[in-house]
Design a protein around this ligand. Sequence first.
Ligand code: 6PG
Length: 465
Amino acid sequence: NKSEFGLFGLGVMGKSLCRNLANNGFKISMFNRHVDGVEEDVAKNFKADYSELSQAKAYDDISAFVNSLQQPRRIMLMVNAGKTIDYVIEDLLPYLSENDIIIDGGNSNYKKTKERNEYLKTKGIHFIGTGVSGGEEGALKGPSIMPSGDKDAYDKVAPFLETIAAKDKNGLPCCTYVGPEGSGQFIKMVHNGVEYVEMQLLAEISTILEKFGQNPDQIANTLEAWKDTANSYLLEITIDIFRKKEGNDWLVNKILDKAGNKGTGNWTTIASAELGVPSTLIASALFSRYISFYKEERIQLNKNFDKVNTSEFNVTTQEVLEAYQLARIINHYQGFKLIAEASNKFEWNLNLSEIARIWTNGCIIRSTLMEELVEIFKQTANILTDSLLIKTINNYKSAGKKVVAQCVLNDISTSALSEAIQFLNGITTAYTSANIIQAQRDYFGAHTYQRLDDPSGKSHHTNWN
Ligand code: 6PG
């Protein structure tokens, strides 16, 4: 009468996943720690709250929890990423048996996942690091799941994860074995980077629509009309957000303009820098959040610098939509480029089309664009070589430039939109000014340069003065 699957950590996500597993008929054990006066009988009380958990077993004692599970044990951790994971692993280890499987479902750093994987291998325990996206509701109704590590171990947990995952338009689970090591955590991290940009773009768009004189309801109506061309989960929730009223005013007007973060955008930016991949939009969206955080300084400096407010803001909402779509394509290009480069460097052999596919439902960045990318990645790893997207970008580029130019002229900060245009210009320039950088490096540091007229690729040095 032992349970098939154990869930460790009953925070918001852990609870939703338990209910999802139970709703799918799995026999589960649930664990939450006991902290006097703070976390008492969490698992027991949770079980009592939901009828679907009547068969589930609730524990706050680790040994009893572990002993309640069939072997090889499958234990999914839903605890705070970071050091806590290591503490929990150490707490569990004395009770585990060879071939048991630990799944980390938090937003853990992919490098840590690799280390934990190697460490646990020495103990005979399998470790699966998995991204889980979709927030509370996703976890309950079907998240997107991005597991990585040992393929054999994955096969033993696949029936559980694939059953509780969201389903794509063909009914296939939005969960697939991603690759070795921490590749699942890596792609979840990039997912979040792309998420930051998609959120930032919608925020920037709303600033522009506000400039048109639209109130939050009108902004929501404008965005609603964009669903035909640009639908996404984030667009949908943003429409809801703009409609939400509190008393006579819109709630958005009352929210402090300081954006928080839990670190994954930071990691994505670090990973881009480490791998030498120009994920400029992710960095830009992250830094926009950081700028927002300097609220007091912004208020102070606002007084020192006059904002230009030209009466002419000569763009249409259609052009704003096109600028938005253009930036979204660049965002997805950059995000998948980062994944592709990591895959090459770490020899993960990742399947971009499959990654796009498991992101078509359940996760935060699901969208009609993502659906298109599933097909495009079957043909090419570089979406900017796809003939349809080339056509779309060529169609949207002039609107993109116009919108950004108007924002610049009106002192409106739209860094992600601007960066999309800048990046597109950079990546499509056959001859850049990097020759000057090379000359400067050679001038002061004898770092040498290669010559266009010497195809051998040999290093040259000049005595510049
Ligand atoms: C998801 C989300 C989620 C993420 C939050 C918080 O896919 O469900 O990406 O995993 O942790 O969105 O991110 P920030 O606090 O950094 O904005």
